[in-house]
Design a protein around this ligand. Structure first.
Ligand SMILES: [Zn+2]
Ligand SMILES: [Zn+2]
Length: 278
């Protein structure tokens, strides 16, 4: 396989889409939407999706941070302002999936007209992967026992058929990096098989998320061999996102992500209209 390009402004430009971005209507971002729009025009990226957080656990910061109406107005207004610069701005969402909130999430998505919905498993207030408890929790557990809480929820998120895209499939690598290195995940591709089969069977797109390239794992979520395996199993739909929370992270690593996708034999990422009934 040819070498994948290193992240940077030379490689991360003239690409069709950045499908995962957080503005200052997410509690962990400070970016005004127009800063992303200007960066997209400057980089030659003609389509972006704004995917601010929606959480359903009242203990999570995004639970009551911004209303649907505020988020929709911000994105639709920006889309109108930037349309004549050749930029398409899509109104998306990144929902934190927890199976115990499945019914609430289902109702939210049924009632709110997003262009695009990412479902992601995060490390919630009750998670064993929180920095304050991960070391003692990992000790004495097998690899399978360690990854099951995360991967089990990811499989439930996919099987819910609520989402267009499953976000950062193995983001748990970030929280485990000091205890279970990315090489341990690479050595166990079998644990990904149920997730990849669920994606293919449900028609849910796989996101190749660049944020791991700027975080300690130093590789995409998921890594290139998992993207290739998705293709081999019959997967076709992929999206690509920088998951920027700061303006300097806009499109960061996207050149690497698009090269990973092309090397696996998949077509370039694109947003498709929401699945009927989702
Ligand atoms: Zn996320
Ligand atoms: Zn995100």
């Amino acid at each position: 396989m040819t070498a994948l390009p290193a992240p940077g402004p030379e490689a991360d430009r003239d690409l069709p889409l950045d499908a995962h971005l957080h503005t200052n209507l997410s509690p962990d971002s400070d970016v005004p939407i127009d800063a992303y729009c200007a960066a997209a025009v400057e980089r030659g990226i003609p389509e972006i999706a704004i995917t601010d957080h929606v959480d359903f656990d009242p203990r999570d910061q995004a639970y009551s941070f911004a209303t649907f109406a505020e988020r929709e107005r911000q994105v639709r207004d920006a889309a109108a302002r930037w349309a004549d610069r050749g930029l398409r701005v899509r109104f998306g969402v990144e929902v934190t999936y927890e199976s115990r909130f499945d019914a609430e999430i289902r109702e939210h998505l049924a009632r709110h007209p997003y262009d695009y919905a990412i479902g992601s498993v995060h490390v919630a207030a009750s998670s064993p992967y929180l920095a304050s408890r991960v070391a003692s929790w990992v000790a004495g557990r097998s690899f399978d026992e360690v990854v099951t809480p995360y991967f089990g929820e990811v499989e439930a998120a996919i099987r819910s058929e609520l989402f267009d895209t499953l976000g950062h499939l193995d983001y748990v690598k970030k929280y485990l990096v000091d205890h279970v290195p990315p090489s341990a995940f690479a050595a166990r591709p079998d644990v990904y098989e149920p997730l990849l089969r669920a994606l293919v069977e449900s028609g849910t797109a796989l996101e190749v998320n660049a944020s791991g390239l700027r975080q300690p794992p130093g590789e995409t979520y998921p890594a290139a061999p998992i993207v290739a395996r998705f293709r081999a199993l019959g997967g076709r739909r992929v999206t690509a996102g920088s998951d920027a929370h700061r303006v300097h992270s806009f499109a960061y690593g996207l050149g690497h992500v698009y090269a990973t996708i092309a090397a696996s034999g998949l077509d370039a990422p694109r947003l498709v209209p929401r699945h009927p009934g989702r």
